[in-house]
Design a protein around this ligand. Structure first.
Ligand SMILES: C[S@@+](CC[C@H](N)C(=O)[O-])C[C@H]1O[C@@H](n2cnc3c(N)ncnc32)[C@H](O)[C@@H]1O
Length: 292
C-alpha cells in the first residue's frame, strides 16, 4: 500500500525515470537531460559529495585511525560517478593530479553544456570555495576539470583505467554492479598496498518504504532479481567484504546504518542460512582501507 501511494505521488517525469531504472530493457535507453538533473534535489547539489565525504570520514574515525583524504597531487578514481562527475569536481578543486571514472551513463556533451556550467558547476564552485578556501577561480576550475578529469562511458571493469592509483571512491554504486567480481578484479590490478579507498554501499531496497528492506527477503536473491531486473545485485555487506579479501585487498567493513526493528516481512530460509540479523539489516556500510 505504501509503495502504491508513493507511486501515486510521483510526477509523470519521476514515474518515467523510475520505470526506466527498473526495466532492464529500458535501462540503456534515454539519456539524462540537464533539466532532469538540475531539478533533482539529489543531483543538483554538487556539494553533497563534500558533505558525504565529511560524514563518512567522521564515521570511519570512530573505528580506525583515519586522516582526512588529501587529494593534493593524487591520482583519484571513482567507480560510477554518475551523470555530473560525482567526486570529480571536488577532487580537482582540492588539487588532484587526475580524476578518472567509469560511468555507463556518462554524457560529455551534457556535462559541458551551459545549463550544467551555470546552474551546477558555478554553485558547486562557490560552495567549494566556502568550504576549502579560494583555491582557484571559476574559469581556472572549469579548465582544470577539462584538463584533469577523464570519465569513460563504460562499466568500470572494462574501462581503460590503469594503476597505480592513490585514492579510490564510490558512492552508492557497488550494489548496482553486475557482476561485482569483475569490478573487484579490476580494483586489484590498479590498487597498491598504499591506495586509500572508501566505498559507501547502500544495501536497502532503494524504495522509500517504511523499512529499507521491505520486499527483499521474502524470496531467495535470484528470484528477487528475476522479478525486479538487475537494479541491485543483492549482495550483503559481508559478501562484499569477502570479495575484497578474496582479491587480496584487505578492507575494513563498517556498518554505518542498521535498521531491523521495523521490518515486518517473513525472511525466507535462503537468507537465514546465509546471514545473521546484523548482515541482513545493515543498510549502509563503508568498505574502507588500507587496513594496516
Ligand atoms: C545510484 S547511482 C550513484 C551515482 C553516483 N555515485 C551518485 O552518488 O550520485 C549508481 C551508478 O552506478 C553506475 N554503474 C552501474 N554499473 C556500473 C559499472 N559496472 N561500472 C561503473 N558504474 C556503474 C550507474 O550507471 C549509476 O550511475
Amino acid at each position: 500500500m505504501r509503495r502504491l501511494s508513493y507511486l501515486a505521488s510521483l510526477t509523470p517525469l519521476e514515474t518515467w525515470r523510475l520505470v526506466r531504472r527498473r526495466l532492464p530493457i529500458l535501462r540503456n535507453g534515454p539519456a539524462w537531460t540537464a533539466d532532469e538533473l538540475l531539478s533533482s534535489s539529489k543531483h543538483s547539489r554538487g556539494i553533497r559529495f563534500a558533505e558525504l565525504l565529511l560524514r563518512q570520514e567522521a564515521i570511519v574515525r570512530q573505528y580506525m585511525p583515519w586522516e582526512p583524504l588529501d587529494f593534493t597531487d593524487r591520482r583519484v578514481v571513482e567507480i560510477g560517478c554518475g551523470p555530473l562527475a560525482g567526486f570529480g569536481p571536488l577532487a580537482i578543486f582540492c588539487g588532484a593530479k587526475s580524476f578518472e571514472s567509469a560511468e555507463p551513463e556518462w554524457d560529455p556533451v551534457l556535462f559541458s553544456s551551459k545549463p550544467v556550467a551555470d546552474r551546477y558547476l558555478r554553485v558547486f564552485h562557490a560552495d567549494l570555495v566556502s568550504l576549502y578556501g579560494p583555491r582557484m577561480d571559476f574559469e581556472a576550475f572549469r579548465s582544470a576539470l577539462d584538463d584533469r578529469m577523464s570519465i569513460h562511458r563504460a562499466g568500470f571493469e572494462r574501462a581503460p583505467i590503469e594503476g597505480p592509483i592513490d585514492i579510490v571512491l564510490s558512492q552508492s554504486c557497488l550494489e548496482h554492479v553486475f557482476p561485482l567480481d569483475a569490478t573487484i578484479d579490476k580494483l586489484a590490478t590498479i590498487q597498491t598496498a598504499q591506495t586509500r579507498f572508501l566505498h559507501l554501499v547502500d544495501f536497502g531496497n532503494h524504495y522509500p518504504t517504511g523499512n529499507s528492506f521491505d520486499g527483499l527477503y521474502e524470496q531467495p536473491s535470484a528470484d528477487y532479481i528475476a522479478r525486479r531486473g538487475k537494479a541491485i545485485n543483492m549482495l550483503r555487506a559481508p559478501d562484499v567484504a569477502k570479495l575484497f579479501a578474496s582479491r587480496g585487498i584487505p578492507a575494513r567493513l563498517i556498518a554505518s546504518r542498521i535498521v531491523g526493528d521495523s521490518y515486518a516481512g517473513t525472511i525466507h530460509p535462503w537468507w537465514r542460512e546465509r546471514h545473521d540479523d546484523t548482515a541482513l539489516f545493515t543498510q549502509l556500510a563503508l568498505i574502507v582501507g588500507p587496513v594496516t
